[in-house]
Write a new protein. Structure first.
Length: 170
């Protein structure tokens, strides 16, 4: 019985590709170490009053920074960007075998209900870019800035996340 060298060559090629991969360091602790505070805008310079929440409309993209809130209509739904959990996206000036992803946490709530915490991710395999909540869907559309180098640490207050809220389709 003779072995064919092609499968071994492919395996060797895969191993060599992985050997050059360097994970992107994250300035944030893993999710399991992150305490879950109530939504209080602790990450902003000054607490926001409910009137300071960004008014939004269905199906229209909007942007939030960590600690900011958006309110749909006359308060039918409130969404708050709580924190960036992990940013392990491959920097634009680095060649990686995987694109990486960014994970974040939001709060969403309806009038007279307690906030519900959700984790969202840009990782397509996680299917966490759309969160169903009551009769709504909260979509994660974009995140800026994008890391350029491995050494770069993006400050929490610099993240700007684009979302959209729509009615659930059945």
């Amino acid at each position: 019985m003779t072995t064919k060298p092609l499968p071994y060559a492919f395996l060797l090629l895969c191993l060599l590709a992985c050997a050059n991969f360097r994970p992107v360091p994250t300035p944030f602790p893993p999710a399991e170490e992150t305490p879950i505070p109530s939504p209080t805008f602790a990450a902003t310079a000054a607490p926001l009053e409910p009137s300071d929440a960004l008014p939004i409309e269905l199906d229209i993209p909007f942007q939030l920074r960590v600690g900011q809130r958006a309110v749909l209509g006359a308060g039918e739904l409130t969404v708050e960007l709580q924190t960036i959990l992990r940013d392990w996206r491959c920097p634009s000036e680095v060649q990686c075998s995987e694109a990486g992803a960014l994970d974040l946490a939001i709060y969403a709530w309806l009038p007279d209900l307690e906030p519900t915490r959700f984790e969202m991710s840009t990782n397509p395999m996680m299917h966490q870019d759309v969160i169903p909540y009551d009769t709504y869907e909260i979509r994660l559309l974009a995140i800026i800035p994008y890391p350029k180098t491995i050494e770069e640490t993006i400050p929490m207050e610099d993240y700007l996340v684009t979302f959209a809220v729509s009615l659930k389709t059945e």
